[in-house]
Design a protein around this ligand. Sequence first.
Ligand SMILES: Cc1cc2nc3c(=O)[nH]c(=O)nc-3n(C[C@H](O)[C@H](O)[C@H](O)COP(=O)(O)O)c2cc1C
Length: 136
Amino acid sequence: MINAAVAPILLDNDVELLILGGPTHAFSMSTASTRNSAKQQGAEHIPERGIREWIEGQQSPRRALAVATFDTRAVSPQLLGSAAKKAMKRLVALGCRPVAKPETFGLHGYSGPLADGELERAQRWGADLRKLIASN
Ligand SMILES: Cc1cc2nc3c(=O)[nH]c(=O)nc-3n(C[C@H](O)[C@H](O)[C@H](O)COP(=O)(O)O)c2cc1C
């Protein structure tokens, strides 16, 4: 796993699957402004750049790179929007190939913990993706 703030913009040719994830902020991927708001609300470890900026730095890959996206969002209070869906839309526009539908994992409150059962669901999601890639 690599933090988007330090992830290389150029992906190695041997990357088989790109999994991109981040928090849903203002119905979409975080921006400098929403990350700033999160910081003001007490969030720690807020990166300088998020997945939005990483995607913006990408050029169309030379091959149809397999991608999956996920996000986190609050379930209590329940809010709307999905960073994962927005990210996938942009990746597909670049020519990437989705191998799973965008996934969301719920948190209690704004800073967690993960809602009941979500950690296990995330682990299953990751394991299923691994199997999918191994079988191709
Ligand atoms: C500025 C801000 C805007 C947010 N907007 C949304 C939103 O539109 N929809 C949503 O479901 N959750 C929203 N949330 C809740 C975040 O999705 C949740 O706090 C986040 O997933 C926690 O991950 P993090 O600790 O990596 O930031 C927002 C949180 C912040 C701080």
